[in-house]
Design a protein around this ligand. Structure first.
Ligand code: B12
Ligand code: SF4
Ligand code: SF4
Length: 288
């Protein structure tokens, strides 16, 4: 966050000395690149600055906020990331923004792999043992705080009526659904999720998504459609009750303890695959 700017006799005409606070992790990462890290940091800032809109444009307010605090700084310490976003079209139906009027834009918050898990676990240990919907509660806390910083309204994937998170994600990230319904990410495979979204009254400057390679199009044999003992996923969609019956039954131990066999059969994004305990946690929530 830039606090003050001044020019000294030693600064070149195109440079200015500023007193600033930066995210400690970000600075450490630059430092770790070795001598000349300050130049590399300045270059990164210059590159980013060239993409910012002119001051005074409708999206400046949020760009300024993003620049000042960087949304990631509120989220990254919890293993959460900004997944992308977009502006709603003129006249397009949108949920209310912070003012109560239809939002102008949305930023999606989520996770790649199980990055939030240790942070969530540490928080959970400080909560009452029987807290209801702990993951939801934790996410609402973190994302609610980020929303407050940016003057946004936070929403959750479990808010009723359900908000179209996957449609938003397809638009924001250029992803397509796998045969399992889960969106296929070119890097994370099936091992990612959405934990909330920030709705704004103004347009947010976000780069449009690059067209993502849809790995399912080039997947021979589609192993994700062959591992389920009850064939719950098929061309006809997801047989929710068949899956539930199996997961809850005596022979459902492998799914209960290690997660969905179909999801685990996908050969992509395996380095992001959730550990067994994380999968067991999600499966318990699904099958309760
Ligand atoms: C209701 C729901 C379910 C229901 C689906 C019932 C039904 N037939 O619609 C059930 C309980 C079956 C379900 C299961 C799962 N779900 Co679910 N689910 C949702 C939820 C809360 C609402 C969906 C909805 O109706 N949205 C409203 C409509 C208007 O929005 P939409 O974007 O158009 O909805 C799309 C989805 O509904 C999708 N869809 C329809 N049926 C199914 C079934 C499955 C299994 C999935 C993944 C998607 C899916 O198609 C729509 C078209 O885009 C969303 C969160 C959200 N708010 O979207 C998560 C969500 C779709 N689920 C998700 C996941 C991961 C799962 C599970 C795979 C695992 C889990 N929860 O741990 C399981 C599958 C269980 C297994 N065998 O492993 C993720 C998908 C993430 C991703 N990377 O794409 C979401 C986005 C939640 C999140 N926090 O990220 N889910
Ligand atoms: S196994 Fe193949 S078709 Fe199935 S989700 Fe993975 S890439 Fe897509
Ligand atoms: S959780 Fe088990 S029963 Fe359900 S779809 Fe996956 S493999 Fe099939």
């Amino acid at each position: 966050m830039a606090l003050a700017a001044s020019r000294s006799s030693q600064d070149s005409a195109s440079e200015v000395r500023v007193t600033a606070y930066f995210d400690a992790d970000a600075v450490e990462r630059f430092k770790a690149t070795g001598p000349g890290w300050q130049t590399r940091m300045s270059e990164a800032l210059t590159k980013h600055a060239s993409k910012l809109p002119e001051r005074g444009s409708s999206c400046w307010q949020v760009a300024d906020a993003l620049n000042a605090v960087d949304a990631a700084a509120s989220l990254a310490p919890h293993g959460l990331i900004l997944r992308g976003g977009f502006s709603f079209g003129d006249g397009e139906a949108a949920p209310p923004g912070p003012s109560g009027k239809a939002a102008r834009s949305v930023l999606l918050v989520g996770q790649a792999g199980a990055a939030p898990w240790p942070h969530f676990q540490a928080w959970r240990q400080r909560q009452p043992v029987n807290i209801a919907d702990p993951l939801d509660t934790w996410c609402r806390e973190i994302i609610g705080a980020a929303a407050e910083k940016f003057g946004a309204r936070a929403v959750s994937p479990s808010d009723r009526p359900y908000l179209p998170f996957q449609q938003w994600a397809m638009r924001a990230e250029g992803l397509k659904p796998s045969p399992l319904g889960i969106l296929m990410h070119p890097q994370y495979g099936l091992w990612h999720a959405y934990r909330g979204a920030l709705l704004f009254d103004i347009d947010v400057m976000v780069e449009p998504p690059r067209e993502a390679i849809h790995l399912c199009d080039r997947c021979d044999g589609k192993p994700c459609l062959k591992a389920c003992p009850v064939g719950a996923y098929s061309e006809a969609g997801f047989a929710h009750q068949d899956c539930l019956g199996h997961v809850r039954g005596a022979s459902g131990v492998p799914c209960r303890d290690g997660g969905c066999l179909d999801r685990n059969a996908c050969p992509y994004g395996t380095e992001y695959r959730y550990p067994r305990d994380v999968q067991a946690f999600h499966m318990a929530a699904f099958a309760r």
